[in-house]
Design a protein around this ligand. Structure first.
Ligand code: NAD
Ligand code: TYD
Length: 335
């Protein structure tokens, strides 16, 4: 069976992808991750001794670390490794260009050298910018990124396509909407609000709370990535979405209801800079070409997610006891 190099496999989507692969396929997996604040090797505790799984600690921006992969035998690459949080990209943009752009290019060079059979770049719908009240992002929507995060992802997408054209590297790019589910770091909307509500802390809603995101349960995204890796047409981009547009305030109110906490915990705070108003995905292409659909409805996904956080308070407590406190102070104090 083939071996997949999964980069960033200790993060939210990457660890869900690895669990999904080990449970549902026969692939061997090498997880290459530098374990930044967002990478949590505990996410993979239950599979660390799995015969088809191997972890290598390394940074995709470091040539020296990448040498650790020179003797490894893999024929597929799925690149999740990234700085992924918009708010952090506003506070400290440089690392976003380093990891998301330079790191991706380093991996592309490695992939060309190894002659791998498919490189899948995990991109985001945020490269398309912001929508008004109507319309959807298609794969043909022009790039119009607004944050250092989304612009670094857009830059990476362009380089990936250039390697496809220039060096004939077989590639696909996936652009998915907002994921939610187990193992998501509590800097992102849903786990942050769950964590705060559980501690009876204020829930900081940016601006008027009416920004819209299209939410997808992470396992549905993972299934789509696998399908693209196996069946995606060389050089094609695929949008993935959850068919589940919600205003932020709707999500926050729903979480308070599920957790049986008072709405008085909601606090409207100063808006994010250049805050994209609405994301919505047209995923007709992957649906028609590969038969993919998001299978988990929002209610079911949210209830699974909240239950996971309730059953894994220890996981959350470990994260919020470290660097997280400083980040939270910096981002939310006096906001
Ligand atoms: P995450 O922040 O939870 O995880 C990122 C992982 O990458 C971490 O394990 C981290 O340690 C690792 N990493 C970071 N810099 C690295 C480096 N230089 N070298 C090696 N490893 C490094 O992110 P996520 O939410 O799981 O997102 C994964 C990918 O999916 C990203 O590329 C992101 O742009 C994309 N994406 C995310 C979402 C979402 O809703 N979370 C939606 C669409 C696309
Ligand atoms: P986020 O989870 O950071 O994802 P993204 O910005 O990549 O879509 O944020 C989702 C939405 O929630 C976004 O409109 C910003 C908003 N938000 C808040 O209102 N308060 C918060 O504390 C956070 C983290 C996000």
């Amino acid at each position: 069976m083939q071996t997949i190099l999964v980069t960033g496999g200790a993060g939210f989507i990457g660890s869900n992808f690895i669990h999904y692969l080990l449970e549902n396929t026969e692939y061997n997996i090498i997880n290459f991750d530098s374990l930044t604040y967002a990478g949590n090797i505990r996410n993979l505790d239950s599979v660390k001794e799995h015969p088809r799984y191997k972890f290598i600690k390394g940074d995709i921006t470091s040539q020296k670390d990448l040498l650790k992969l020179s003797d490894e035998d893999f024929s597929l690459v799925v690149n999740f490794a990234a700085e992924s949080h918009v708010d952090r990209s506003i506070l400290a943009p440089n690392q976003f260009v380093m990891t998301n752009v330079v790191g991706t290019q380093n991996l592309l060079n490695l992939a060309v050298k190894k002659g791998i059979s498919k490189f899948v770049q995990i991109s985001t719908d945020e490269v398309y910018g912001s929508l008004g009240p109507d319309g959807y992002f298609t794969e043909k929507t022009p790039f119009d990124p607004t944050s250092p995060y989304s612009s670094s992802k857009a830059a990476a997408d362009l380089i990936v396509m250039a390697y496809n054209k220039t060096f004939e590297l077989p590639v696909n790019i996936t652009r998915c909407s907002n994921n939610y589910g187990p193992y998501q770091f509590p800097e992102k909307l849903i786990p942050l609000m769950i964590n705060n509500a559980l501690s009876n802390k204020e829930l900081p809603v940016y601006g008027d709370g009416k920004n819209v995101r299209d939410w997808i349960y992470v396992e549905d995204h993972c299934k789509g990535i696998l399908l693209v890796m196996e069946k995606g047409e060389n050089g094609q981009v695929y949008n993935l979405g959850g068919n589940s547009e919600k205003q932020n305030i709707e999500i926050v109110e729903l979480l308070l209801e599920i957790l049986n906490k008072p709405h008085s915990l909601i606090k409207y705070v100063t808006d994010r800079k250049a805050h994209d108003r609405r994301y919505a995905i047209d995923f007709t292409k992957i649906n028609k070409d590969l038969g993919w659909n998001p299978e988990t409805d929002f209610k079911t996904g949210m209830s699974k997610t909240v239950n996971w956080y309730l059953e894994n308070r220890n996981w959350l407590d470990n994260i919020i006891s470290g660097e997280y406190q400083q980040y939270y102070e910096l981002m939310y104090k006096n906001r």
